[in-house]
Design a binder for this molecule. Structure first.
Ligand code: SAM
Ligand code: SF4
Ligand code: SF4
Length: 391
């Protein structure tokens, strides 16, 4: 049965400039560009830095049952936070159509994210729809999900049966007190560990575990996490705390550079450089010298990797973002809901134009700035929140 948007209480989306807040950036939507001449661009399109489009990240909800301080601090995402009303969410059919139009433009991988994607009701129905799509070369897209893991125990089997291939689980500590403090939750860390086990049991792998490292907050958990996951077939990846969004109080002094994390691990568990799985991969991979698996490092602060960034993000309410650090999205939803209906060809041509015009290289610009701050930007509009477009 198709998902029909319910009428909402008609929350008005502001169209005027607002002070930075967790929700302000939604006001900054641009129209999708007009199609450019087919003669002027290659197809599938490359952006202005010759990067192809490969990876589509789809946010299915802006809500979450955690309040990780680096992502959705409770001070900005409290009980009165205006999350998107249901009518503003793309339906599963709209998401599937968007993916179907983007796959011929080069997309090979679909990642469901959020907010916490497992909070979206009947998500396995979307998974089934997406898994029936095909890439440009006729193969099924890679279909993955990023989750905080708390609902995995309940959902893993249904997701696998619907066609989900892999999961990435976010977990910042094994120590329960540190875990609860960082996620601002009363749930026990065992819930996540059991979710990981459930995903492993049904074959949602190879599983990756993402750990955001904040200096002085959870860096004492690096080695316990390595010891726990080494030899398990699960790849543990360390993410540098990023200056994404407006609300997480990011400061460079809270970033523990990946080089330092790696040195700490190497001292106890010697590491060797390992080749990436594929071009454009966010993590640098290292293997345990004793053959007991891999660890990865996502170093978007200290080692910018915009050069081969092939990611496009679709927000819960149908805006496209060509960079995680964008201030403005492009409005796809109005084309998906147009009356009379817009053709797939028209939408495709506009999306090709959007990708062809893409210039983003925020992390590289940040690393070239003398203060390591956000000087890469020339505008001062509020940046979108990670929980709104996903990681
Ligand atoms: N709720 C799901 C989860 O936590 O896996 C999916 C959405 S979450 C926004 C996606 C990823 O973004 C998570 O791995 C999270 O750790 C990461 N993330 C969020 N804020 C971050 C920040 N400021 N710096 C680095 N990573 C961040
Ligand atoms: Fe929720 Fe994920 Fe953000 Fe944590 S990182 S608050 S689990 S969306
Ligand atoms: Fe891609 Fe933007 Fe991140 Fe650079 S800063 S890697 S362009 S998402």
């Amino acid at each position: 049965m198709s998902e029909v948007p319910k009428p909402s209480s008609a929350r008005t989306i502001p169209i005027v400039e607002q002070p930075p807040s967790a929700s302000a950036s939604r006001a900054w939507a641009l129209p999708l560009p007009q199609p450019t001449s087919a003669v002027q661009r290659p197809f599938p399109p490359l952006d202005t830095h010759s990067r192809p489009l490969r990876d589509l990240r789809i946010s299915v909800t802006d809500r979450c049952n955690f309040r990780c301080g680096y992502c959705m601090p409770r001070s900005a995402f409290g009980n009165d936070h205006p999350f998107l009303p249901y009518a503003e969410l793309l339906s599963f059919e709209e998401i599937t159509r968007a993916a179907n139009v983007l796959l011929p433009l080069g997309v090979r991988k679909l990642r469901l994210t959020g907010g916490e994607p497992l909070l979206r009701k009947d998500l396995e129905r979307l998974v089934a729809q997406l898994s029936a799509l095909r890439t440009l070369d006729g193969t099924p897209p890679e279909l993955t999900l990023t989750t905080n893991g708390t609902l995995l125990k309940r959902k893993a089997a249904a997701l696998k049966a619907a066609g989900l291939q892999r999961v990435t689980v976010s977990l910042d500590a094994l120590d329960n007190a540190t875990f609860q403090r960082m996620s601002d939750t009363g749930l026990h860390v065992h819930e996540v560990l059991e979710g990981i086990e459930a995903a492993q049991a049904v074959g949602l792998g190879p599983i990756k575990v993402n750990m955001v490292v904040q200096k002085g907050v959870n860096d004492d958990q690096i080695l316990p996490m390595v010891r726990h996951f080494k030899g398990s077939g699960i790849e543990l990846r360390f993410i540098e705390f990023m200056d994404v969004g407006q609300t997480n109080g990011w400061q460079m002094q809270h970033v523990l550079p990946s080089d330092e994390v790696r040195a700490r691990i190497h001292a106890e568990h010697p590491l060797l450089p390992a080749p990436p799985h594929q071009a454009g991969e966010t993590a640098q991979r290292w293997s345990h010298a004793d053959g007991q698996g891999h660890v990865g490092f996502i170093s978007s602060v200290t080692q910018a990797f915009c050069g081969d960034c092939n990611r496009l993000r679709l927000s819960t309410d149908g805006r496209l973002y060509t960079c995680l650090f964008a201030t403005q999205g492009h409005d796809l939803r109005s084309h998906l809901r147009a009356t009379p209906a817009a053709s797939d060809e028209d939408i495709s041509a506009r999306l090709a134009a959007l990708w062809s015009q893409r210039q983003d290289r925020y992390s590289e610009q940040r690393s070239q700035s003398p203060t390591g701050s956000t000087l890469g930007r020339t505008d001062h509009a509020p940046r979108i929140e990670m929980s709104y477009i996903g990681g």
